[in-house]
Structure formats: structure tokens, C-alpha cells
Design a protein around this ligand. Structure first.
Ligand code: SF4
Length: 332
């Protein structure tokens, strides 16, 4: 969990010591650890025992709780020092087997951990998984996703990004892959008659026409940055807000204070000029409205009233899409 939710490498996890995560003074939890891969002394020689990382890791609450538990179990020294790197992956597999066995025993088949099509869940995959979630699930759908949204900001704000050991490159690649996927599915949808609405609809259509140029081409950070720095191509799917962000920083309502290279999808503002919606998004709006109305029927006031009002707003947005949607042929 510590690796998955911070982006630390396995060796860095092993280098964590008791007291590495003091109670915060300003509300943000930070973990002070060592780096190994890039650890060199002033003469340029590699330091095998690692050096203290010049910027701390940003930690969210579940990570801090995990560290506190281990601190109670380990009286001194390295928190995970007794775990040999070679045994970490087999331990994860054993844990998966144990958790799935328990789920079956307790007659909770939906909690069985499914087999992974990419092979064993090794520790080296956690960093990439974190980057994937930050890029594709801002603010929703998976557990802890709201906090992932905060993590992108925290990383962009300087903690991980200032360090050569940060996961910024990985984030760029995952974000560019997500953008390329969004362009590809939009391009395919438009070709099949999907309609699009919103102030940024025409820019989205224009961007989608470039989708074939990027299919399968983004494999390294340089290629990723080339896509992300092209303002006419940066279209982000935002499943939580049920829209697409056709990003232009000068029009973004989610970043009034600082100029960043990516939108704050977890803080999307409904009046933004970068919004576009497809028929699929309108359908999502109606599904969400239905679900809120069902909840409202069983909720006490004033909560029930608020849920109904939100459902009503979502239906109005879906109706607005239907009235103003433009199919591809009208733009040609
Ligand atoms: S507020 Fe605008 S720029 Fe920010 S995420 Fe939403 S649509 Fe994108």
C-alpha cells in the first residue's frame, strides 16, 4: 500500500525508518526517506546505503495509518528492513490467495481478487498503477480517487517533481496515453454519428481528427510531453464530471491562481469554456440523475431535497446537450 499510494520504489520502501513520517505541522503528511538509485557522494561515487531524499514524499492518510501500524510492530530501525526484496512479490501473491480464500469462505464471491491478465502483481507495478489512476480517475470511481486528484497537484506543486526520483515522467506518459485514448474513441464515435455539444465542441472535433497520428506512438516521456504541450490536442476525459475537458489554460476556471500544465479535473467548474459533451456523457448524466432520485426517495430532508435538486440540474444539462448537439457532418 505504501508503494502504491506514494510512488516509492521497492528499495525506497525498504529504506524507510521509524519516525520517517512525523505528525504534520501544516496539514500535509510528508515522508522523509532515502533514495538509492540516484544516490552519489560529492565525488560522484554511488552510495549503496542510499542518501536522504532532498524532497519528501507526499503521503495521504491511508499511507500514514499503515506506517503507524508498522511503527508499533517494529521498535527500532528500518520499518520494512526485514523483508528481502526477493520475497516481496511472492508475499503479495500469498496475500492475494489468502484474501480471495477468505472471501470465498465468507460467501462474498464479489470480493475475490480476480486473476491478472498481465501476470503476477509485483511491487514494480505499483508506481505505474498510481500514475494510471492519477491520469485517468481524477476525483472518482475508485477508492481513494479524490485523494489521487490531490496527489497530482501535490506532485506538480513540487514535492515529487523537483526530484530526479519523482514519478513525473511516468505521470506524463500515463496522461498522454489517456489523452490519446480519448482522442481515438472520440474520433471513432464521431465517425459513427455521435453528437457533441458544449462551448468547446468544435475544438474537440478538430482535435479528434488528429487521433490516428498518435495511435501506439507514445512510449517515452519525450513523446508524451510533445502531445501534452500541443494545446490543440489536449482533450481529457473526465468521467466523474461526465464531460470532456478540451483544455486551454487561458480559459480554464479550475486554475485561477497558478499556471499548470494540466487541468484540475477533480475541481472542474460547470461554467468553464473548455467543456464538451458527447451523447455518452448525456446518458451518464441521466443515469446519475436516476440514481440520485432513487436515493432521495429514501433520504430524510433536507438531504432528499438536495439530491432531487442535483438530479434536476443533471437532467437539464442532458436536455441542453440534446438540444445543442452537433453531429460531425454539420461541422464539415
Ligand atoms: S474547469 Fe475547465 S479546464 Fe478545468 S477541468 Fe473543468 S473543463 Fe477542464
Amino acid at each position: 500500500m505504501v508503494s502504491y499510494l506514494t510512488g516509492m520504489r521497492p528499495r525506497e520502501i525498504q529504506g524507510l525508518e521509524r519516525g520517517c513520517c512525523p505528525d504534520p505541522e501544516s496539514g500535509r503528511h510528508l515522508i522523509y526517506g532515502r533514495v538509492f538509485k540516484t544516490a552519489v557522494d560529492e565525488d560522484g561515487n554511488h552510495v549503496p546505503q542510499g542518501i536522504v531524499r532532498d524532497v519528501p514524499w507526499v503521503a495521504i492518510e491511508p499511507v500514514v495509518r499503515a506506517i503507524r501500524i508498522v511503527e508499533r510492530m517494529v521498535p527500532d530501525g528500518y520499518l520494512f528492513g526485514g523483508v528481502a526484496a526477493s520475497t516481496m512479490n511472492p508475499r503479495i501473491e500469498k496475500f492475494i490467495a489468502w484474501a480471495s480464500g477468505l472471501a470465498k469462505k465468507l460467501d462474498r464471491p464479489h470480493e475475490v481478487i480476480p486473476a491478472d491478465g498481465y501476470g503476477s502483481v509485483g511491487v514494480s507495478r505499483f508506481r505505474r498503477t498510481l500514475a494510471w489512476h492519477i491520469a485517468r480517475r481524477p476525483g472518482g470511481l475508485v477508492a481513494l480517487a479524490v485523494q489521487y486528484g490531490h496527489m497530482r497537484t501535490a506532485m506538480s506543486a513540487g514535492y515529487a517533481s523537483r526530484s530526479r526520483n519523482g514519478i513525473h515522467d511516468l505521470l506524463d506518459v500515463e496522461t498522454a496515453l489517456a489523452v490519446a485514448d480519448t482522442l481515438a474513441s472520440l474520433n471513432e464515435g464521431l465517425a459513427n454519428g455521435v453528437g457533441i455539444s458544449g462551448p468547446a465542441a468544435r475544438r474537440a472535433i478538430h482535435a479528434a481528427q488528429h487521433a490516428p497520428e498518435f495511435a501506439g506512438t507514445i512510449i517515452n516521456p519525450r513523446q508524451a510531453r510533445a502531445l501534452l504541450q500541443n494545446p490543440s490536442l489536449t482533450v481529457y476525459e473526465n468521467p466523474t464530471a461526465m464531460l470532456m475537458c478540451v483544455y486551454r489554460p487561458d480559459r480554464a476556471l479550475c486554475h485561477r491562481v497558478t499556471e499548470r500544465d494540466s487541468p484540475r479535473l477533480d475541481r472542474c467548474v460547470p461554467a468553464c469554456a473548455n467543456i464538451a459533451r458527447t451523447d455518452g456523457h448525456a446518458q451518464l448524466l441521466r443515469q446519475e440523475a436516476e440514481s440520485l432520485e432513487a436515493q432521495a426517495a429514501h433520504s430524510p430532508e433536507p438531504l432528499g431535497h438536495r439530491l432531487k435538486a442535483r438530479a434536476q440540474r443533471l437532467r437539464e444539462e442532458a436536455d441542453q446537450h440534446d438540444r445543442s448537439r452537433i453531429p460531425l457532418e454539420e461541422t464539415e
